[in-house]
Ligand binder design. Sequence first.
Ligand code: SF4
Ligand code: SF4
Length: 105
Amino acid sequence: MLSRLGRFFVLSTSYIANYGYADGSGEYYVSIDSEKCNACGECIPACPMHIFQVEEDDYGDMAAVVKESHRKSLKYVCAPCKPTSGVRNLPCQKACKPGAIVHSW
Ligand code: SF4
Ligand code: SF4
């Protein structure tokens, strides 16, 4: 069961926050599963581009989010971590022990 609530997709009991955009070349989203995210903050120093911060989400829970300033340029911001297309063993994902971070490209 999948429904949309603002920028969140509601999948069963999980709230998936999707940050990013689509353009003519593809879809560039970093998704954070708020049910898995425990707000540990490990993704913050792991990301060389400093795109994450932990703050209160729309549901009043502390969770990682992608900073507003990076949401419209993720294709380029993340390019050094993945010079060719395809989801790799990315620094952000390696740091996130609960596996809350997913990239769409
Ligand atoms: S792929 Fe690299 S730059 Fe992009 S969010 Fe992950 S660690 Fe940060
Ligand atoms: S490392 Fe994972 S669990 Fe920890 S704050 Fe970042 S997204 Fe959340």
